[in-house]
Design a protein. Structure first.
Lengths: 188, 117
């Protein structure tokens, strides 16, 4: 994302410098608005804590601001933000030893038949995903939040495609087992 | 697409950050030190946010260079002083040699005169 600005004739150096800065900050603001839900979503789904997710998301955007001249295209910015959000979320958990050990048994079965967009079911699913290992959890977030295929996830997380597929299969098998009855129908 | 996939997409959907997120971010940005541009980028101080071992290695190399430089300069000065002393000695020897030669010639001349008489 190189900021291409031309010096306005008749302006002094400091005026055009200030103008460039303002233009650069406006461009950055637009980028924040465009990508904030992706970055914050990744952090929130991974950390399950809004304050921590905001801290991570802000750090990601600050890093983007510092390195904005190295990023060439909007596609590059999206991929960069996604990758940095993933790695920063993982680092955040590791640095603060926040890994929440939620046992599958702690997440109770629901007897009632669920309805689409059931907030309780949503919360239950999120808790179950939270109980997964950090890599498996991030694979699920990139698959279902970002709609990436296993090859793209492998690239983002720098792991073999086979490992990504294996994480997906194991996590989905666990969820099917846990939610098969709650959903009241045969899944997958 | 199974029902579970739909539920997962719903559970893990993107979420907007809390209100004021952008304002808080821009405030943090305003507190950031300004980036060096143009000529100032060439003259800015080196980025010192480097690992401890790198910093130690850098400091050790710097100390080594300074110590080696001081020793080299001292040795060079001693060599220059030695050369100057040697030159002075040679000059003194040359002067002494010339005086001795002159004296020797005078003595010889005086001896020849005495023998003639």
């Amino acid at each position: 994302m190189r900021v291409q600005t031309a010096t306005v004739p008749g302006r002094t150096m400091s005026e055009s410098g200030t103008s460039r800065e303002a233009e650069s900050e406006a461009e950055f603001s637009a980028l924040v608005r465009e990508h904030q839900s992706m970055v914050f979503g990744i952090a929130l789904n991974f950390l399950h804590d809004r304050a921590s997710a905001e801290e991570v998301a802000q750090d990601v955007f600050l890093q983007l601001y510092r390195q904005r001249e190295r990023l060439e295209s909007p596609g590059h910015v999206t991929a960069w933000l996604r990758r940095v959000a993933c790695h920063r979320s993982i680092d955040y958990v590791r640095s603060r030893h926040l890994e929440r050990r939620i046992s599958i048994e702690d997440i109770g079965e629901r007897a009632s038949v669920t309805t689409p967009d059931d907030p309780m079911l949503r919360e239950k699913l999120r808790k179950l995903i939270l109980s997964l290992g950090e890599k498996a959890k991030m694979v699920m977030i990139l698959r279902y939040q970002e709609d990436l295929d296993p090859e793209e996830i492998a690239r983002e997380l720098e792991m073999p495609v086979r490992t990504v597929k294996s994480h997906l299969q194991r996590s989905l098998a666990l969820l099917r087992e846990k939610f098969g009855r709650a959903l009241g129908e045969k899944l997958g | 697409m199974s029902r579970l996939d739909d539920e997962l997409k719903n559970a893990l959907r993107r979420e907007a950050p809390p209100a004021g997120f952008e304002a808080r971010l821009m405030a943090r940005l305003a507190a950031e030190p300004k980036r060096a541009t143009g000529l100032t980028r060439w003259f800015r101080l080196p980025d010192l946010r480097m690992p401890l071992m790198t910093r130690l290695a850098f400091t050790a190399a710097l100390v080594l260079i300074v110590v080696a430089g001081v020793r080299y300069e001292r040795e060079r000065q001693e060599r220059v002083d030695g050369e100057a002393a040697k030159e002075k000695l040679m000059q003194a020897l040359r002067v002494t040699g010339t005086q001795l030669q002159s004296l020797h010639e005078k003595v010889m001349a005086s001896g020849e005169r005495t023998a003639g008489e």
